[in-house]
Design a protein around this ligand. Sequence first.
Ligand SMILES: [Zn+2]
Length: 146
Amino acid sequence: MNIIKYLRAKKMIKEIDKKVKVKYSKRLECEPDNAKVYIGFKNNKMENDTFRDYVNELTRNCKYNDLLLGILHELGHIYTIEQVSESEYLQDIDLLYALRKEDLISAEQMNYFYLRLPLESVATRWAIEFTELNPQFCKYWNKKLS
Ligand SMILES: [Zn+2]
């Protein structure tokens, strides 16, 4: 049941940081400037797979599920937003969408490059570091969210 998973996800986030606001939505998203995370369960297999590939590229044997890592990635945006240039990010996004629209890159390629944009990459790295620093916490919530 998604609503139970949502409530668990909210509890997990509040245990990490009480100040983060959590809302139910269609998909996982975040508003870093407002410290707000949206929890959603609309999955895209290709996006999940390319994200998982990137996580495996950054770390060995990451045993946590996509939801846990996805939530930590969104939280990561909140804590890393000041390290990266948002305007550069928006320019890069525009370029990726333009290339995709012209069919010069595939949806997979677009996602590949998207995940490696500095703003996305630092959030994923934050998530991985969090799992490494808090293995007990992550093991517990990984079970609750699987
Ligand atoms: Zn992201």
